[in-house]
Ligand binder design. Structure first.
Ligand SMILES: NC(=O)c1ccc[n+]([C@@H]2O[C@H](COP(=O)([O-])OP(=O)(O)OC[C@H]3O[C@@H](n4cnc5c(N)ncnc54)[C@H](OP(=O)(O)O)[C@@H]3O)[C@@H](O)[C@H]2O)c1
Length: 520
């Protein structure tokens, strides 16, 4: 049975961490863009919460400056009405003392915007945009405040009339399996799983959703999308910039594996590798992702170091960017990786024996996020008898570009027109923006709107994040990998060990390393 369509009901978005960087650069500009496109429900408003004392007016002024700078298209005429949706409340979310005052303010805002529901409460969407160390304390305080009644809603006589309460939790979601389980338990004591939105802004990117459309709205890919035809899959996210000032307060304690692979790239991989969901809804897609992560083949300790590579960038020849260990706040002994590459296997009927190579790094040759599906070669080399130079032509390869620009290209072999038999590789290419037009929208806006609608399709389930950590923890904790961390020159494609990793069980396998001017 098809589920009923979800609607965006007005609510108060309560942002903890409202004076911070994420709120200013991403959240409020994204909300403004939604509002100017007429996509925010009437009556919806935002209550920013952080400790800095500020009036509503001062908060609006601060947000005005960031919206001008960071929104996709600032229209002064649309600012005034958006500003009337913004409010501020000064308080310490980690202290229970703040919450009685917050409750009163929320009820007053609900009344002012005429969005009170049964029981005299508005719908509430909490957003944790504070340091992760504060998550559990704030969640516990929200629970103790009595604001959350969602668990009683589904069984009430008129569920539609009752207010809902949901929570969006920013990344990083835990730093390892144990801390993730603890955070999930803290959330579960207060919120229903259906009300928890673990954000991954990568999943808001168009192409990640497009992967599902490409796979399941076309019939030509699925029959090939398996161990019979696919040689291997690469998932890559690289940056040209170094870590810079983020080293001291964040990166040196995190590293590339935690920062990118565990959080984002496993999700991209999942979109490529899941089975077709029975319906296009959050629960069905989540179930498939969980099944995929459950089919991950855990490695024996002695296999870990052979299935991963860590790297750290050094100065490029003549480059002015410092090496990673020279960045302020970096502890060289910690051996934090600015590059990680893993080989993963999923033991299910579709993928048994097909390696998935995942890599991410800083200070590399090009900035891109892409998936490469490398197909097998044809079973016979038919044309070699005509001309030995036609032996061993490259196999088909599908590249799904996610960033900086979205597109899909398929490498095929074609006959060069004219006498004789000359064969060359060529690309069938689809650039989404060029072909379909439309506006690139910052991922945060649509994701927040999904949470307002109660749609978790692009959010992560508890079991998914725990499954992701089960994959990553052994690599993170491997003393051999840490001790063997390799240097790579800034501006290169990463450590030599990564090339050995991909070629280890099939000589000739290579990373797709496009020239910077060949990146879409
Ligand atoms: N910035 C990004 O681009 C980005 C990207 C992805 C994920 N994230 C995640 O988003 C979260 C926020 O990052 P951020 O860069 O915005 O950090 P930030 O600039 O340091 O902001 C943190 C905010 O938390 C507030 N705060 C601190 N203690 C508080 C308390 N006890 N109660 C209420 N508010 C409190 C701070 O304001 P006061 O000092 O006024 O209280 C500030 O507004 C982090 O979990 C981060 O990992 C950020």
């Amino acid at each position: 049975m098809q589920p009923a369509p979800l609607s965006a009901e007005p609510c108060i978005l309560v942002i903890f961490g409202a004076s911070g960087d994420l709120t200013q650069r991403k959240l409020i500009p994204a909300l403004y863009d939604l509002d100017r496109q007429g996509r925010l429900p009437a009556g919806m408003c935002v209550l920013g919460v952080s400790r800095t004392a500020m009036s509503d007016e001062a908060f609006r002024e601060k947000m005005h400056a960031s919206v001008k700078q960071f929104s996709a298209g600032f229209e002064p005429a649309k600012w005034e009405s958006f500003a009337r949706r913004l409010y501020y409340f000064a308080g310490d979310g980690a202290s229970a003392d703040m919450f009685p005052g917050l409750n009163v303010r929320l009820a007053a805002l609900g009344e002012r915007h005429a969005i009170l529901r049964g029981g005299g409460q508005p719908n509430l969407l909490f957003y944790l945009s504070v340091a992760p160390t504060l998550y559990e304390a704030i969640i516990a305080n929200i629970g103790a405040s009595g604001l959350v009644s969602e668990g009683k809603r589904w069984c009430s006589l008129n569920a539609q009339a009752m207010p809902w309460q949901r929570i969006i939790v920013e990344k990083p979601f835990g730093t390892d399996l144990a801390s993730t389980v603890s955070l999930n338990r803290a959330l579960g004591r207060v919120f229903e799983e259906e009300s928890i939105f673990r954000i991954d802004h990568y999943l808001g990117k168009e192409l990640v959703q497009n992967i599902l459309v490409m796979r399941f709205a076309n019939s030509i890919f699925e029959p090939m999308w398996n161990r019979n035809h696919v040689d291997h899959v690469q998932v890559t996210a690289t940056e040209t910039v170094g870590v810079g000032s983020r080293a001291a307060n964040f990166y040196d304690a995190a590293g590339a594996l935690r920062d990118m692979i565990q959080s984002h790239l496993l999700q991209v991989l999942a979109m490529v590798a899941i089975e077709p969901p029975s319906v296009f809804d959050a629960a069905a897609i989540m179930r498939e992702k969980i099944k995929l992560f459950n089919s991950y083949l855990p490695l024996r300790p002695e296999q870990i170091a052979r299935s991963g590579v860590f790297g750290r960038y050094t100065r490029s020849a003549g480059g002015d960017q410092p090496s990673y260990v020279e960045e302020k706040g970096v502890s060289a002994e910690r051996r934090t990786e600015t590059y990680a590459a893993l080989r993963l296997h999923f033991e299910n009927w579709r993928w048994a024996g097909v390696p998935f190579f995942v890599r991410s790094g800083k200070s590399l040759a090009a900035k891109l996020t892409e998936v490469v599906v490398q197909f097998k070669k044809p079973p016979t080399d038919l044309f070699r008898s005509v001309d030995p130079t036609l032996r061993d032509r490259p196999a088909n390869r599908l590249i799904i570009n996610i960033a900086p620009r979205e597109g899909i290209s398929l490498r095929i072999e074609g006959k060069v027109p004219g006498p004789g038999l000359a064969i060359q590789s060529a690309k069938l290419d689809l650039d989404y923006l060029q072909r379909f037009g439309g506006e690139v929208i910052e991922a945060y806006g649509p994701l927040i709107l999904d949470a307002v609608r109660g749609d978790r399709t692009l959010y992560k389930h508890r079991d998914e994040v725990e499954g992701g950590w089960r994959i990553c923890d052994p690599f993170l904790n491997s003393p051999e990998l840490r001790a063997g961390i390799e240097d790579y020159a800034a501006g290169s494609w990463g450590p030599a060990g990564a090339d050995h990793l991909i070629a280890a069980d099939a000589p000739g396998r290579q990373w797709h390393n496009p020239r910077p001017d060949d990146v879409r």
